[in-house]
Design a protein around this ligand. Structure first.
Ligand code: GLU
Length: 305
């Protein structure tokens, strides 16, 4: 028996307070699966031990609750290392992994220490373990994105594909595939900056024998310099936004940006469920000054709310 109800997810990294761009991804992912009666999972992606903080994970949960975006299950990557280890062992047993040294100097020191005319000092990275990478065939992989249509990217674009860092930390690409597959995610909605990662993730799905989800990437919300909003853009982070706006104002504003409302007006996430339609969501990034291809202006609209 197949279960056709979608399972979506939101997978924030707890490295700072969410900003409007994170909320935009959360809302579209929530609407996409909830409008079809599906489940929506929250996954805290805290695999980077240097940058992740439990306080930020708490703030993410608090902000999502405040916005009315309720989730049906939750997991935390730092509690799932054994699953990544098992997947890595399977890939290694298949002969698909290799040691990767990050810099040319590190590679040289290991492959031909005599070339530098000096012995490798013991404090040099070469004396440490290499990162573990995935061997990638020289192929271009085509796939269908549910929002952007046919895509093609060379698997090797982007350099080495690290699965585990030299310091032992797990890498995003492995963790995201293992988690989406093992938690039954059928639909991945996230910013289009991650589109080029899809072929590598699909390749991992294939090697690990998992069924891949549908991918739907969304345009990016950009700051006034035209760059993707980041946690440094404090004016649009949830701490700041919550001081000046109600949750329906923020959700209503995002509904306006996503084409679900013709005008700027407050709305709850629940109220948007019956009108959600991927066909209305723009494909162009949304910049504060409006893009020539039809983007809208998040900052000045939100200031006027
Ligand atoms: N943790 C990633 C981020 O916050 C999301 C990755 C994904 O959705 O696949 O950018």
């Amino acid at each position: 028996m197949t279960n056709s109800l979608p399972v979506g997810r939101f997978a924030p990294s707890p490295t700072g307070r969410m900003h409007l761009g994170n909320v935009w991804a959360a809302l579209l992912s929530w609407l996409s699966c909830k409008s079809r009666g599906g489940k929506w999972l929250l996954r805290i992606e805290d695999i980077d031990p240097q940058r992740s903080r439990a306080e930020y994970a708490d703030l993410i949960r608090d902000d999502l609750n405040w916005l009315g975006l309720r989730w049906d299950g939750e997991c935390t990557q730092s509690e799932r290392y054994a699953l990544y280890e098992a997947a890595l062992q399977r890939l290694t047993a298949q002969g698909c992994t290799c040691g990767v040294f990050r810099s040319r100097q590190e590679r040289l020191a290991v492959s031909a220490p005599q070339a530098t005319g000096t012995a490798v000092p013991t404090d040099m990275p070469a004396a440490r373990k290499p990162a573990t990478g995935l061997l990638l065939p020289d192929e271009t992989l085509a796939f269908y994105d549910g929002h952007y249509g046919e895509q093609r990217f060379p698997l090797r674009e982007g350099g080495d594909m690290i699965l585990r860092r030299a310091d032992g930390a797990w890498a995003y690409q492995l963790a995201v595939v293992v988690d989406d597959a093992l938690t039954g995610v059928t639909e991945v909605v996230r910013g289009r900056d991650l589109l080029p990662s899809v072929p590598r993730q699909l390749y991992l799905y294939k090697l690990l024998g998992y069924a891949p989800p549908a991918f739907l990437h969304i345009p990016l919300l950009c700051n006034e310099a035209g760059q993707r909003l980041s946690k440094r853009d404090k004016a649009l982070d949830m701490g700041e936004l919550r001081q000046h706006h109600t949750a329906p104002e923020i959700i209503g504003h995002l509904a306006f940006l996503s084409g679900l409302q013709a005008e700027e007006q407050p709305a709850t996430a629940e109220q948007l469920l019956p009108i959600f339609d991927w066909g209305l969501v723009p494909k162009e990034d949304i910049t504060p000054f409006g893009s020539p291809t039809g983007g809208r202006r998040p900052t000045d609209v939100i200031q006027g709310m």
